[in-house]
Design a protein around this ligand. Structure first.
Ligand code: FAD
Length: 462
């Protein structure tokens, strides 16, 4: 069968499905092709299932604290019991619901959905093997939103007990010993969750620090949590092989070591999905392992656009979606470009970490003089009532005009402030704008106003 359309979107992850919905809303004749399930990495095997697991693990650990002597005056007579298969079923229910939701939204926007893997013959034509035979689609515009997959180490190929984040989200039993190679945000989020569920977790990390892209001050509360919960992190250590459930690695002194693992979770980064679907037939320029784009998300081939993980860092769902919306509007004739002031990044560790904009150190390298202020959550009433006093909010502003250029925070529930932080940077807020905004009491968000005041030198509650 042959199909023609104005816009063809490849991949129904948060980049592709948002682009297609917006295009449909704008009246563009749009087809979206997805080889797996609508929702992509984010909804099916990433953001959403991992946060479901993190929530369930936290609940289990919190309940366990109430047994014995009790906690907060609340005592449980017996330890909570974990039916992990049921937990995974519950998580799958959320995934199914969101998958159906995305398909429904695409339909409502008038987008045609084709199920199968697209293979490009040239920049504007692809074949899709569907359940009903081959469909050939020709389009005026193409958006590539093929996403990414877990990077593999050649000496630790995925399979059997060597798993990626995808399999880690579908286990039916909590492993007794879980070794995680790579202490970036995905490894830490999953490792901490499994630790809370009762696994003995160990991290093997090649860098000198966990979460190496964040500064030491920000990651300190997470390191403390790991230490307090007997989770070992071997830093400057290099995994080398896995046989009979024993991982070999070289420690920081160059000595060969081994460690037993029922499951070995490898989280050493993500790789763009650039192979196996005819990208080489489209004549688009590359930027390393990613598709090269400009500020309009245009590739080097006319009317071929690329968004999301396939275009590189930051590989985050909200960036992919924002790019998708932008490109759909450009194709519909609107004047748009993708030049955000900042894209917030959150680690859903314990406690959570958030970073928006740049730090004082990065600003110094750019020749910008800054002032920095910090407010501890321990001084925030609401945080104390929620047992969330570990952490802080830190604001970095230009010294000359007080425009805020970076907001960093660590603490339980701090991810919920990410919208306010991003808004402040996107609107070019000054310290005075935030300090003068009356924040509701008692909320953790008051810490943002207080950290702006602290940067101005006159915080009230410290
Ligand atoms: P994807 O979501 O990868 O979607 C691409 C889609 O394209 C896939 O469905 C794929 O099947 C399809 N596809 C590819 N090639 C073809 C083809 N030839 N034909 C048809 N279909 C094709 N990000 C956050 O912002 N917050 C988080 O908390 C977060 N947590 C994460 C946790 C984990 C465990 C993982 C793995 C990732 C997490 N991410 C998170 C990252 C986030 O999932 C990605 O940044 C996001 O999904 C990228 O969206 P995308 O649309 O570019 O690609």
């Amino acid at each position: 069968m042959d199909m023609k359309c104005k816009l063809l979107v490849i991949g129904a992850g948060p980049g592709g499905y948002v682009a297609a919905i917006r295009a449909g809303q704008l009246g563009l004749d749009t087809i979206i092709v997805e080889g797996d399930r609508a929702g992509g990495t984010c909804l099916i095997r990433g953001c959403i299932p991992s946060k479901a697991l993190i929530h369930a693990a936290d609940k289990y650990q919190q309940m366990a604290r109430h047994t014995g002597k009790g906690h907060l005056g609340i005592r449980l007579a017996a330890k909570p019991e974990l039916d992990f298969a049921a937990t995974i079923n519950w998580k799958d229910g959320i995934v199914d619901r969101l998958n159906g939701g995305v398909e429904g939204l695409l339909k409502k926007a008038g987008v045609k959905q084709v199920k199968g893997w697209a293979k490009f013959k040239n920049a504007k034509t692809c074949d899709v093997e569907t359940g009903d035979g081959t469909v050939t689609i020709t389009a005026e515009h193409v958006i590539l939103a093929n996403g990414s997959k877990a990077a593999e180490l050649p000496f630790l190929p995925f399979g059997g007990d060597v798993i990626s984040s995808t399999e880690a989200l579908c286990l039916t039993e909590v492993p007794e010993n879980l070794v995680v190679v790579g202490a970036g945000y995905i490894g830490l989020e999953l490792g901490i969750a499994y630790g809370k569920l009762g696994a003995k977790v160990t991290f093997i990390e090649a860098e000198e620090r966990i979460l190496a892209t964040y500064d030491n001050e920000l990651t300190a509360p997470v390191r403390k949590w790991l230490k307090n919960h007997n989770i070992k992190t071997h830093l400057k250590a290099r995994a080398s092989g896995f046989k009979d459930n024993i991982l070999s690695y070289t420690d920081r002194d160059g000595a060969e070591q081994t460690i037993a693992a029922d499951k070995l979770l490898v989280t050493v980064g993500r790789k763009a999905n650039t192979e196996g679907w005819g990208l080489e037939n489209m004549a688009v320029d590359m930027d390393g392992g990613f598709i090269k784009i400009d500020k309009y998300c245009r590739t080097s081939m006319k009317n071929v656009w690329a968004i999301g993980d396939i275009t590189g860092e930051p590989m985050l769902a909200h960036r992919a979606s924002a790019q998708g919306e932008t490109v759909a509007e450009i194709i519909a004739g609107k004047k748009r470009e993708f030049t955000p002031n900042a894209i917030a990044a959150v680690c859903f560790t314990d406690p959570e970490i958030i970073a928006v904009g740049i730090s004082a150190e990065q600003a110094k390298a750019d020749g910008i003089e800054t002032i920095v202020g910090k407010f501890p959550l321990m001084a925030n009433g609401r945080a104390l009532t929620m047992e969330a006093g570990e952490g802080f909010v830190r604001v970095t502003a230009r010294a000359d005009n007080h425009v805020i250029i970076g907001i960093h925070g660590v603490g339980p529930h701090i991810s919920e402030l990410s919208g306010e932080f991003a808004l402040a940077l996107e609107m070019g807020a000054r310290l005075e704008d935030i300090a003068d905004t009356i924040h509701v009491h008692p909320t953790i968000a008051e810490s943002f106003a207080e950290s702006a005041l602290a940067t101005l030198g006159h915080a009230i509650h410290i």
